[in-house]
Write a protein that binds this ligand. Sequence first.
Ligand SMILES: [Zn+2]
Length: 141
Amino acid sequence: MSEAEEQRWVTVMLDKLAAQESKRVLGDDELAERAERLSAQYFDGRARPTSVRWVTNQNTRWGSCTPSEGSIRLSHRLQGMPEYVVDYVLVHELAHLLVPGHGPRFWRLLEAYPRTERARGYLEGVVAAERLPHLPGARGE
Ligand SMILES: [Zn+2]
């Protein structure tokens, strides 16, 4: 193998690994750790969920939370979506532990997360694609 070929092979393998890694589903424990990290990074650790877990009974919302209990639930439909999208939904629900509703104060908090707009666009795109099931590839197949 020439050095150039070797370099190309390494790049291909790294891409494959990255793709597998991003498709790997986080367990509930990892999800809770991730939420803790995001809270520390964007909200000075002020949002402290007591539980963070996946649920399969949530098909119209990406995430939800019960501020009085400090619990956060994410729809299993997010599994397999890009990391920044899952992180956005986590950041969104974490913010609800601090500010209920979607008023200006809430969105100001969300501005801390740099990919808010991009993630919202991605999720809107997913919903739009689902409404057009006749489009080839609309369901990502
Ligand atoms: Zn919300």
